[in-house]
Every structure is written in C-alpha cells, then in structure tokens.
Write a protein that binds this ligand. Structure first.
Ligand SMILES: [Zn+2]
Length: 387
C-alpha cells in the first residue's frame, strides 16, 4: 500500500487468484479436508480484500483500476466487491476470452478457442468498452478440464493489447475533458471579471481601452527580433516523433511519409504562397500565426496508420457549438435515400445521390483576411512565411 501511495500509479490491474472462488475450484473443495478448505478460503479472501483496498485507494486519488475474475466466480458476491461495484464511478462488463485469442491445444494437439467468460470491473468506461466482446458462436470451444485451467490463466497478447488501448482511450478522454474544463474555467473567470467591471460603469470602459492598448504594445516586437527558428530544424533523419495523443514514439519513416503526403496536398491546391516575413508585419502588424504538426497513429502498434496534420494555432477565441459541428446525422442520409428511392419508383424527378468524403474539407474554405502562417520546418527558409 505504501508503494502505491508513493508511486501514485495511473492504473492498477488486479487479477487475484480465482481458483478457490471459481466453479472448478469449488468442485475440488468437495474432495478436500474441510479445515484445509477453510484455510484456503481465508487466504483467498485476504488477497481479494487487499485488492479491493488498493482499488479504493486508486479511486480516492482520481486514478484508475481494472479487476478481473471469471464470470461464475463466487468472489463477485463478496461484500467488499459488491460495495465497490455499486460505487457510481465503477462499472462492470462481461467479455469472452475467445474473442481475445485465448486458445489451448486439446489432447489430440488440436488448438481450440477457449471461451472463459470473464467479468471486468473498472473505474474507466473507456477500458470496459474494449473488454466487453462476446463470443459470436462461430467456432467450437475447447475445454478447460483435465488440468488445463492453469494455461487459460495466461492472458493472450490480443487481450494485453486491448487493455493497453483501453488505457490510451482513458487518458485521451480525460485529457479532452480536462481541456474543456480548463476552457470553461477561464471563460468563467473572464466573465466574472467583466461583470465586476460592468459594476463600475464608465471606469470599466476606460480600463478596457487601456488594457487593449497595453496588449497591443506587447504584441509589436520588431520583426527582425523574431528568429526564423524553423531554419534550425533541418530535415534530419535523427528527428524523433511522438503520437500527439499518447506520447508514444512513432516510427520516423511513417511520420515523414505522412507529413510528406500532407505537404504534397498543400502544394497541389496550393494552400499558401511564399511571402517575406516583413510583408506579414507590414500588412497585419503581428507575427505570423504559428503552426504545428499533429501526428497520430490511428491504428495500433501492430499495424500503424499514421496521419499527420499541419494545424495553425489560432483557435483560442470564439469557440462555439458550430466550431464542433458533428457529421450530419444518420437521419439525413436515410431521408436522401428514401427520397431517391421514391422518385425512382414513380419515374418522376429521378435523383442521383453523390457522396463526397471531404477528407480535407478545411482547406477549401475562403480566407476573408490576409493571413500569414509559419511554414513547417520541412519547407521553411529564413525570412519567409506562408500567405
Ligand atoms: Zn467463442
């Protein structure tokens, strides 16, 4: 417990021995000395309840845990487990391990999937989302009798990968949430500041004008003092790349290829003209908008699918619901199909449907003011910017 408090881990995964709680284990108990059974159960309970303590500890620090026991295990009816499972922050799902590649060879050496229905309990719904795959009944299952249960206690790779992905999903969803919380916080404090100024009436106006004058002063550092820092970042093979969401290192070759593809697209439109940095200052009175690469692996560590996007960092203000407009609802598509089908039957006003997947829609918007951006290191030269 001390180790856990000192290390403050983001995740604790508990799979205490389930032998004495499982159906198989309990059937073995019948053949054992009752005293021995009592001793074993005491030990198993102590172990289980220690895990429960650790899980509570994780929850109290706002961290996560994952607990695994067979679906049929009597441990799910232990009081400590029931209390934890009833915590509003905690939920459980059931998954069949055959869907996670659990396989064992039978007596004839034939490898068969093992179902082993398992209940998972966790503080992260993203994690549980990964672990709730059920058997689709498309195969025959092998049996765990004849002393093979111990082999089924080893987690297959597929399962480990899904658990890691669950951690990734959890971290990502928490980060996004935090970002929004922070934004709301900033917005609230700005609102309350404004409200207190409004109380002062005229004085507030004067202050606001003064403040914006002051800010403009800060923004106008002479252009020659802004270093063309991108010139230093030559396109070298030694660069290392990290996934924007998970911070896991990405294979440089794949990232470079993805970035090249994106730049290729930039040039094919083209997205920008090359302009001198001085022009940007003359026209806008401000430095160019900075840009950054967002590299993300949309696949997994086994099969990479790296996408790179170059984004401009000018998204601070003016966010509203439209900014996060989702894709059109499914009903829209249904309506279009229905109308097209109806027109076809009547033979009047026949319609054709054309679906365009605008993967890079954002490049096609009109720019309504002179806009200058920093060029990415891959195409940058000192003293020039993209317009
Ligand atoms: Zn199955």
């Amino acid at each position: 417990m001390e180790i856990i408090e000192n290390d403050d881990p983001d995740w604790v995964i508990g799979c205490p021995p389930c032998t004495d709680f499982s159906v198989l284990g309990r059937s073995n108990h019948r053949r054992m000395d009752p005293d021995e059974v009592r001793r074993r159960m005491r030990e198993a309970r102590t172990h289980l309840h220690f895990c429960v303590q650790v899980y509570h500890n994780q929850l109290s620090r706002g961290k996560d845990f994952l607990h695994e026991h067979p679906l049929g295990a009597s441990s799910w009816r232990e009081e400590g487990i029931e209390v934890l499972a009833n915590d509003p922050r905690v939920s459980t799902v059931v998954g069949d391990l055959c869907r996670y590649d659990l396989k064992i060879a039978d007596a004839n050496g034939i490898v068969k999937p093992i179902k082993k229905p398992t209940r998972w309990m966790s503080s992260s719904s993203e994690m549980l989302e990964r672990l709730k795959k059920r058997c689709d009944g498309s195969h025959q299952h092998g049996s765990l009798l004849d002393g093979k249960a111990k082999y089924a206690a080893i987690w297959p790779n597929r399962l480990c990968i899904d658990i890691l992905k669950g951690m990734r999903d959890t971290a990502f969803s928490r980060e996004v949430k935090e970002e929004f919380d922070r934004y709301a916080e900033v917005e609230n404090s700005i609102t309350s500041m404004l409200m207190s100024f409004i109380d002062y009436g005229e004085t507030a106006c004067e202050y606001k004008h003064g403040a914006s004058r002051g800010l403009r002063g800060i923004g106008t550092a002479p252009p020659e003092r802004i270093l063309a820092s991108t010139a230093l970042g030559t396109w070298s093979e030694k660069l290392r790349y990290y996934d924007e969401m998970t911070n896991i290192e990405l294979p440089a070759k794949l990232v470079e290829a993805a970035r090249a593809e994106e730049l290729e697209y930039f040039n094919s439109l083209p997205v920008w003209d090359i302009a001198r940095t001085q022009e940007c200052w003359d026209v806008t009175g401000k430095p160019p908008i900075s840009t950054k690469w967002v590299d993300v692996n949309k696949g997994d560590q086994e099969s990479y699918d790296v996408r790179s996007r170059l984004v401009a960092r000018e998204m601070g203000g003016g966010k509203n619901d439209e900014f996060y407009a989702p894709t059109p609802p499914l009903e829209d598509k249904r309506l279009l199909f229905s109308e097209a089908a109806t027109c076809r039957r009547t033979g009047k006003n026949e319609k054709k449907l054309l679906f365009v997947d605008a993967r890079k829609a954002y490049f096609n918007a009109k720019v309504d003011r002179p806009t200058y951006v920093a060029l990415p290191a891959e195409v940058s030269r000192p003293g020039v910017r993209g317009r």
